[in-house]
Design a protein around this ligand. Structure first.
Ligand code: NAD
Ligand code: UDP
Length: 319
């Protein structure tokens, strides 16, 4: 297959590029590197089946030759990134999604949207099945991301219903692993970096809020299955149904890294969801997918990766 991955230079995108190349696909990676570094895919450049296009998905683009699938991942994704890039985030979800859908329409390609558990906002239903419609504050600071993804889902379904694009949606829950930016501000990268540098782990609020953490290799298997499963529209939750409080995560990171850092409590960000756990019955039944890597093991791989690379000069903690 020839696959276009928007946001292919990012954390998830670079792992997806790797996996598709490994199985023999040709991969075009489109990225403007606004929240990532080209070195994420530098090791793939020698592969003749890999192409990088440095470009912005919000500007119309085409790819020469046949395109069999488009995976649309381009969007700022961590809270500090989308707070820093609010208009760009809305644009990636709206214009960017439309450009990626048009590419799929022109080529008769399968289209997969990387949506998010954030479409559920601060959920009143727990755990979250796909038919739960969410509780999003449309004017809060997180809305630039949440509403962009909700619009992207609506647009994908409209292209499917009105124009016959074979569009499918995955809703990705918190995913972690090697190649997260140490200062992206997400909780796993932040805690692992802090633990390894013997700095205090910054738990926001009292740490009783929950998340369910999925290791990147598991997640990439799920996206790949969705690309391959033509005609499946979803939405399908992809995430690990094992739920942890943020406080428990901090303690797990200390245990896995052997760090003696202390835990420091800082104010909880506005609209921070209190709990989040996916129902993955659809993923199991329709994609034959479930996560396999326990969080302790995934954290060990992540910490080993952070240890092996030299950490950049300390920066102020992102908020
Ligand atoms: P990331 O920031 O590492 O990757 C996003 C990539 O998109 C980056 O390489 C960035 O440079 C690129 N990008 C952003 N705007 C662009 C534009 N206008 N044109 C071209 N490229 C652009 O984040 P990630 O964690 O790899 O997330 C990838 C996708 O998965 C995002 O759409 C995100 O919303 C979704 N997602 C991720 C998670 C997670 O836990 N990692 C959870 C839910 C959803
Ligand atoms: N969080 C934290 N300390 C940090 C970064 C994040 O306690 O240094 C919390 C954050 O408030 C949230 C959870 O960890 O409750 C997950 O945050 P992340 O930004 O990773 O993902 P999201 O909020 O988008 O689920």
């Amino acid at each position: 297959m020839r696959v276009v991955i928007t946001g292919g230079g990012g954390f998830l995108g670079s792992h997806l590029c790797e996996e598709l190349l490994r199985r023999g696909d040709t991969v075009w990676c489109l990225d403007n590197f606004c929240t990532s570094e080209p070195h994420n895919v530098a090791h793939l450049r020698a592969n003749p089946r890999f192409r990088t296009v440095c470009g912005d998905v919000t500007t119309a683009f085409d790819i020469p030759g046949p395109v069999h699938a488009v995976a649309h991942l381009a969007s700022p994704a961590s809270p500090p990134d989308y707070h820093r890039l609010p208009l760009e985030t809305l644009s990636a979800g709206s214009r960017g999604t439309e450009n990626a859908l048009r590419l799929a329409l022109r080529h008769g390609a399968r289209f997969v949207l990387a949506s998010t558990s954030e479409v559920y906002g601060d959920p009143e239903t727990h755990p979250q099945p796909e038919d739960y419609c969410g509780n999003v504050n449309p004017v809060g600071p997180r809305s630039v991301y949440d509403e962009a993804k909700r619009y992207a889902e609506a647009l994908s379904m409209a292209y499917r219903r009105s124009l016959g694009v074979d569009a499918g949606i995955v809703r990705i829950f918190n995913t972690y692993g090697p190649r997260m930016r140490p200062y992206d501000g997400r909780v796993v990268s932040t805690f692992v970096r802090q633990a390894l540098a013997a700095r205090a782990l910054t738990v926001y609020g009292d740490g009783s809020q929950t998340r369910s953490f999925c290791y990147v290799d598991d997640l990439v298997r799920g996206i790949t299955a969705m690309i391959d499963h033509r005609d499946l529209s979803g939405p399908i939750n992809l995430g690990n149904p094992v739920e942890h409080t943020v406080r428990e995560l901090a303690e797990l990171v200390l245990q896995v890294t052997g760090s003696r850092s202390r835990i420091e409590n800082l104010p909880l960000p506005v609209d921070d969801p209190t709990r989040r756990r996916p129902v993955i019955t659809r993923a199991r039944e329709q994609l034959g997918w479930m996560p396999l890597v326990p969080v302790e093991e995934g954290l060990r791989y992540t910490a080993a990766w952070f240890t092996a690379r030299s950490l950049p000069q300390p920066e102020p903690e992102p908020r």
